[in-house]
Design a protein around this ligand. Structure first.
Ligand code: SHN
Ligand code: NAI
Length: 212
């Protein structure tokens, strides 16, 4: 099945995870990282989820799922170990037009969760179309080795320089050329050594057509 990748903005959005086991825990962590307002609906929760409820990072509804529970939510993850319940909740979500991920029967939901790493605002995700989550996880680990925190720093510098370049370089063509020239491994090496100013200077001086 083909997919259309998107990055959802869910800051402040009410999201609900049904079930409180290890899968629910992982999905909850990713939702919190994206600054969603998370409710976990389950009579039992892992220790980590209980702690999150204690410090009020999540809301806990301490009971089994009931039809009608999904009213008002933007997104739902059906993560119980009861396939019948996951299916029932998925049907309710569909009838309400809510985004829904079903952990044991992914094709009845409307999105999969990819493996991910973040480096500041840089987000790298891996999806196998549901064929092998373990392989997605392996590739995520390889990416984590390959792309260190310096890539997040690189992105922050680029964002600042890019804002300036919009006024300094007149045409879209010039800007495109500038950005093509500005990325090289040397910049990354400098950042890895903590030489942020030098890296920034190298980025700024990337092109012969422009010197700051
Ligand atoms: C379709 C999808 C729907 C969804 O959950 O969104 C889905 C479905 C299923 N996963 C299953 C099993 C496992 N899932 C993991 C791990 C992860 N699963 C994730 C995503 C997805 N899993 C979506 C597709 C992503 C893609 O396209 O690849 C990751 C990437 C993201 C996340 O969950 O946060 C996260 C890795 C995070 C990381 O390490 O970075 C592990 C490994 C582990 O636990 O370490 C195992 C055991 C090993 C194995 O089976 O491979 C089963 C069978 C359950 C059973 O047998 O009972 C199903 C159901 C089915 O396949 O039908
Ligand atoms: N998509 C994925 O990434 C993965 C999916 N799975 C699937 O996910 C399912 C859940 O796995 P785990 O978290 O390890 O299970 P688990 O057994 O640790 O947790 C299940 C949770 O669901 C809750 N629950 C059960 N019935 C409920 C109901 N009616 N209403 C609300 N909560 C209810 C239980 O209280 C428990 O907290 C498994 O069935 C497995 O097939 C497993 C591994 C990865």
């Amino acid at each position: 099945m083909p997919f259309y990748p998107v990055n959802l903005q869910i800051t402040g959005k009410p999201c609900v995870v049904i079930g409180g086991g290890s899968v629910a825990e992982r999905k909850t962590a990713a939702l919190l990282k994206a600054e969603a307002v998370v409710t976990v609906l389950s009579p039992k929760m892992t220790l980590a989820l209980s702690r999150l409820a204690q410090i009020q990072h999540i809301h806990h509804v301490d009971r089994l799922y009931r039809q009608g529970d999904l009213a008002g939510f933007f997104l739902v993850i059906c993560a119980t170990d009861d396939p019948g319940i996951n299916r029932q909740a998925a049907r309710e979500a569909a009838s309400r037009g809510i985004l829904v991920n079903v952990v044991d029967e992914p094709d009845i939901g409307n999105f999969h969760v990819p493996a991910q790493i973040t480096r500041g605002d840089l987000l790298l995700t891996v999806s196998t179309g549901g064929k092998s989550p373990a392989f997605a996880s392996q590739l995520r680990r390889e990416l984590a080795e390959r792309y260190g925190e310096e890539y997040g720093t690189y992105l922050d510098i680029v964002a600042a320089v890019r804002a300036e370049m919009k006024s300094k370089l007149a045409t879209a063509g010039e800007r495109e050329q500038f950005w093509r020239d500005s990325f090289d491994e040397e910049v990354i090496l400098l950042l890895r050594q903590g030489k942020i100013n030098e890296a920034e200077a190298r980025i700024r001086n990337a092109t012969g057509s422009f010197r700051s």
